[in-house]
Ligand binder design. Structure first.
Ligand code: SF4
Ligand code: SF4
Length: 451
């Protein structure tokens, strides 16, 4: 390809300036470029250095190339807003990925820290005029940086994300042991671990009254199923009330979102593979946790065509109920002022904003309140609130104060991570405000009318 040794001087052999005899019949005048002034040389194409990604599952060159470094995302990035550092911005993080992809930098501790501080909230993706797919880029960048995590963090993540989460029985065991472990946990982690027990198993099948309008399979997930099973019960009741037959496939696993967000794409693929089998043949797959729904809808990127097919059948429960219509509730759930919290993985990743508000606006006597700067991440972000406590606590404090400024009776939150974070934030302000899933509010509204 004409590549040259760096520092070589003079024109390459065979180039227009190479040493050649004039062809017969041509003028015997000087050959163009044969004699160059001292210090001047032809510059040929140089070899592009190899990318320095240490592992497979690296951010794709085409994805990196979509960023034109315009900076429009910066004011929307929570970590940039709090630090003012370019390296804590989407543009800075992509520049770091580009430097590695172009062989100008290594995946080192600095790279890891830039990626670790990202919330993967995808606010940047939402506003980017070039449609940078930042969500999948950060997941892959974290795979690369994972071997540089401290050994204790790696061991805990391996245990939690690769050993426990894929196995519902181990998840149940871990949840059962949580009350015993609670006194030994650091205070801020203790404040985040939910209390309560899952209660009896969910039914395999729930039939609606009358002719069903269709059948949906419910994703139960891990955290949602162990600590928020009442959300599943409310989901099943509301779906059945509105004409849906609900099945709960037993072979399903955690959706894999936590593993994917924290540098463990291999484990995420294994869990996704189990769900492909568990939900094969389901007409629709319904998720009621925003993070799980967003991740299921991204199975195509993880698993290719098979994953894409499943992703096409996934609906968030509020999205489904809004699209197909509900029986307007006749009662009130006991709250009049409800602050609505937008989970990033509903708002950004699934573009679900109006649907829950429209459903809740049908509840008599219930006002949906808009949280100031409501599109800002609450800082939960999977394990972020454990792994990045300073940033997470600051975001939690801001979110809790914004909610508190509305003086609500209740908060609606459709993601378990956000619910845990907001409950902790409100408690830290000395407030005892219930944080419920919107489907629980609908369920309570139906039940209130029944007396
Ligand atoms: S991510 Fe998008 S908005 Fe941000 S700098 Fe790159 S092109 Fe601009
Ligand atoms: S995902 Fe969120 S925290 Fe990460 S760069 Fe984008 S806006 Fe910033």
């Amino acid at each position: 390809m004409g590549a040259r040794e760096p520092g070589a001087s003079g024109p390459p052999a065979g180039s227009p300036g190479g040493s050649r005899e004039p062809s017969a019949g041509l003028s015997s005048g000087p050959i163009l470029g044969a004699e160059l002034p001292p210090g001047v040389r032809f510059v040929g194409p140089e070899e592009t250095p190899a990318p320095r990604w240490p592992l497979p599952d690296a951010p794709a060159d085409d994805d990196i190339a979509t960023c034109v470094a315009c900076g429009l995302c910066l004011p929307h990035c929570p970590t940039y807003r709090l630090t003012g550092d370019e390296t804590a911005s989407p543009r800075g993080r992509i520049a770091a990925m580009r430097a590695v992809a172009e062989g100008r930098a290594d995946v080192d501790l600095a790279f890891r820290s830039y990626m670790d501080l990202c919330l993967a909230c995808r606010a940047c993706e939402d506003v980017c005029p070039s449609h940078v797919p930042f969500g999948r880029m950060i997941e892959r960048a974290r795979v690369q940086a994972e071997p540089l995590q401290p050994p204790g963090v790696r061991a805990l993540k391996r245990l939690g994300l690769e050993v426990v989460l894929p196995r519902p029985r181990l998840v149940a065991l871990a949840a059962g042991l949580a009350p015993l472990a609670r006194p030994f946990l650091p205070r801020r982690v203790r404040a985040l671990v939910p209390r309560g027990r899952a209660g009896r198993r969910l039914p395999r099948l729930a039939e609606p009254d009358g002719e069903p309008r269709g059948t949906v399979a419910l994703l139960t997930g891990c955290v949602q199923d162990r600590w928020f099973r009442e959300v599943h019960r409310a989901t099943i009741r509301v779906l059945a009330r509105n004409g849906w037959r609900v099945v709960v496939p037993r072979g399903q696993a955690c959706c894999g979102a936590l593993a994917a967000h924290h540098g463990r794409l291999g484990a995420a693929r294994r869990m996704a593979g189990r769900n492909l089998a568990a939900f094969a043949g389901a007409e629709l797959v319904v998720a009621n946790a925003a993070g799980c729904g967003a991740h299921l809808k991204g199975y195509g990127e993880l698993l290719g065509a098979e994953g894409e097919e499943l992703a096409g059948r996934v609906r968030d429960v509020l999205e489904l109920l809004h699209a197909t219509g509900i029986e307007p509730p006749a009662g009130n759930p006991g709250f009049t002022r409800v602050a609505y919290h937008d989970a990033c993985h509903a708002l950004r990743a699934q573009r679900i904003r109006e649907q829950p508000r429209a459903l809740l606006s049908q509840v008599p006597g219930l006002d949906v309140l808009e949280v100031p700067e409501g599109d800002r991440c609450c800082g939960a972000a999977g394990l972020y609130n454990v792994l990045q406590p300073a940033m997470a606590d600051e975001l939690m404090r801001r979110k809790a104060e914004a909610i508190a400024s509305l003086q609500p009776d209740a908060v609606a939150s459709a993601n378990p991570g956000c619910t845990i974070q907001i409950r902790a934030g409100l408690r830290a302000l000395g407030l005892d405000v219930p944080v419920l899933h919107p489907i629980e509010l609908l369920d309570r509204a139906y039940r209130a009318a029944e007396g």
